[in-house]
Design a protein around this ligand. Sequence first.
Ligand SMILES: NC(=O)c1ccc[n+]([C@@H]2O[C@H](COP(=O)([O-])OP(=O)(O)OC[C@H]3O[C@@H](n4cnc5c(N)ncnc54)[C@H](O)[C@@H]3O)[C@@H](O)[C@H]2O)c1
Length: 334
Amino acid sequence: MTLRVAIIGMGGIGNNHGRCYTAHPGAEVVAVCDIIPERSDKAAETFGCQGFYSVDALLASGLEFDAASVTTAGVENGGDHYTPTMQLLGAGYPVLGEKPISNNIDEAAAMVALAREKNLRYGINLNHRFTPAASLAKEWQLRGRLGEINMIDMTMWINNPNESSPHFHARALHPHSLDVMRYFAQSDVKRVQAFFKKGKGRAIWSNMQMNLLYENGVIGHLRGSYDGNFGAAGTYGLETLEVVGSEGRFILRDACEELTFYPRFDTQLERHENYGGMSHFSQTFQSRIGHWIDQNLALVSPEKIDASGADALNVQRVIEAAIASWESGQVIAL
Ligand SMILES: NC(=O)c1ccc[n+]([C@@H]2O[C@H](COP(=O)([O-])OP(=O)(O)OC[C@H]3O[C@@H](n4cnc5c(N)ncnc54)[C@H](O)[C@@H]3O)[C@@H](O)[C@H]2O)c1
């Protein structure tokens, strides 16, 4: 069976999704859609499929498809996802949305609720943990090699000079980091405290440090910035994850590039570079979307979808709690 896909929102990321579906033997792009006609026309030509200028027109066309990607953007990179996602879920189609699930918690919750009500698969492109190195680290964790997890530290930063809104940085970037941390914490956040700082010459809170207490007692710390991206040209330095357990710890750099295990009671390290052949973050789109395709073809039940809408809503609530912490000076309970 081939998964026939429609893509809504043909900016850079929609076209990226299109290339990932096309490269996968189990999927085919059958429709693209953008409210900017030239974007739809160009993508229709690129992917050799039908182009539409609205979701209404796509749904009215009678064209058969099995699932959709919603790669719109909007305010804080998430404000436009709601309308097309509700239209598609309402019409009975599984959706893979972009992150943030939404910059508005009520709208995010409504999308998750509709998917649940309709029993539809709803995934979000939280792609950072879909790497062979993260899978290997997870395998170590599950086999007990780390022991009991005590602490998780993460840094994620990029250069983003966009000054669109005060908390754009936290809402748009940190669904990724918090999702990775939650994946390894194996627990939900219970309490949050955060401080923010505006970068030099900036109007928005482009730097942030967050302290987290998970329900299972794991403690976490997150550093984030839109004034990051350090190093010489070609050295991205996107993210660093450190998971510390009673028997050992690992450090995973740049999602896939460098994974090192440090045993607590031994001196022999285990180091992997570009494990599984993945050498750059950009490759995570193919692996995450490939996994979404595979889960749809396998007809997994909606609650088994990895990096689901519900997972994305969960971390978005942590971001809102961090903002509330900064604004109130309090530790916020979730
Ligand atoms: N997962 C990742 O690693 C990652 C990386 C970068 C960006 N993103 C996310 O990808 C998303 C898209 O980013 P982009 O840079 O391609 O944005 P973009 O603004 O370039 O493209 C979005 C497109 O959606 C179209 N659109 C908006 N509403 C529509 C609707 N109702 N129907 C049809 N088309 C509609 C717009 O006209 C636009 O062409 C954002 O949410 C962003 O946060 C994810």
